[in-house]
Design a protein around this ligand. Structure first.
Ligand code: PMP
Length: 351
């Protein structure tokens, strides 16, 4: 028997939220958009030809559409298979120091997985008791910085002055702002790109554009950063973006009205849902995302999570230090949230 097992990379993978096979349930566990995507998706899909050929490796049509949409040059945009792909490429490309990269202790739980996978040293910095990022923590020597804004799973937003303060103190490393949830009431760090050449802003089609199933994410930054990302991408897989992703990703950007309408609906539902949840004895920090991160004054989060699942209502529970009595609840339609509230009322009544 050989020792081939010694040559296998050992990793503890990220655990994605459950994707149940059944339909007919209330799915509030992975921050998907409850509304269908723009009609442009089907219209564009019907026009796609040329399946026989490889897609454009540069995904130029999508890159150009995004650049135009965001008021940037084409060489300032990098696209990938969801922002997970863009972030993974960014970790590989930009975090190559012996000093640790920094990110919050409570944050997107893929960051430490990528850091381990790519053997990047990292340190986490504790959020304060209201789940705020403390900017002083990010003024220590480091090999790079990443945080989501709004943060996940807390939903807490920082403003541009806060981001600029971090950028000013960190001119020698790349600072990545992961804006997966920025379209639900936050202000993007995009304007800071003009001033800070070490800033990378990452966004996704998965939440605000209702296209988690298509897998499109992108990074915006100065052309040197984007070239570095492309060099790594072409060293890994030339054809990351498939034909539908390129064509549909470009087309939906034309439907700004629908984008605004659906994101506004979600924001409206979220604000109403916050009130209802407060009345039921839940507390939470203010969320500017499409989810609410809540804890109850008496009922245990895990018990609510399990009882909800019994009723085919899926929310997210993280069995992790500091947040193991919290639930992350995606904002669905008004009707879905009403059903969730009815469940909670019954659950609390039965306690
Ligand atoms: N960043 C954050 C903070 C997220 O919560 C998610 C969703 N899991 C992602 C990035 C990745 O999303 P996607 O790959 O669908 O763009």
């Amino acid at each position: 028997m050989g020792n081939w097992r010694d040559n296998i990379r050992q990793v503890v993978p990220y655990t994605p939220g459950e994707q149940p096979k059944r339909t007919n349930l209330i799915k509030l566990n992975t921050n998907e958009n409850p509304y269908p995507p723009s009609k442009k998706v089907q219209e564009t899909m019907d026009q796609i030809t040329g399946w026989r050929l490889y897609p454009d490796p540069a995904a130029s049509k999508l890159v150009h559409a995004l650049a135009e949409y965001h008021g940037l040059n084409d060489d300032q945009v990098f696209v990938g298979v969801g922002s997970d792909d863009v972030l993974a490429m960014s970790f590989m490309t930009f975090f190559n120091s012996d000093k640790p990269i920094l990110f919050p202790d409570i944050t997107y739980s893929f960051y430490d997985v990528w850091a381990d996978l790519f053997k990047i040293p990292y340190k986490t910095k504790a959020l304060d008791e209201h789940f705020n990022i403390k900017s002083e923590d990010y003024k220590a020597p480091n090999g790079g910085i990443i945080f989501p804004n709004p943060n996940a799973p807390t939903g807490v937003l920082v403003d541009l002055d806060f981001i600029e303060d971090i950028l000013k103190a960190n001119q020698d490393v790349i600072v990545i702002v992961d804006e997966a949830y920025i379209d639900f009431g936050g202000v993007s760090a995009k304007p800071l790109l003009k001033k800070y050449e070490n800033l990378l802003v990452v966004q996704t089609y998965s939440k605000s554009r209702s296209l988690a199933g298509l897998r499109i994410g992108y990074a915006m930054g100065n052309s040197e950063l984007i070239k570095a990302l492309n060099d790594v991408k072409y060293s890994f897989n030339s054809y990351t973006m498939n034909q539908p992703a390129i064509a549909i990703g470009a087309a939906v950007l034309e439907d700004e009205e629908y984008f605004r309408e659906t994101t506004e609906k979600i924001i409206h539902t979220r604000e109403w849902f916050k009130n209802e949840m407060s009345e039921l004895g839940f507390s939470f920090e203010d969320s500017k995302s499409n989810f609410l991160f809540v804890t109850h004054k008496s009922a245990k989060a895990k018990d609510i999570f399990e009882a909800a699942k019994e009723k085919d209502i899926f929310v997210r529970y993280f069995d992790k230090p500091r947040i193991d009595n919290y639930l992350r609840i995606t904002i669905g339609t008004d009707e879905e949230m009403k059903q969730f509230l009815n469940f909670v009322r019954a659950f609390l009544g039965e306690e």
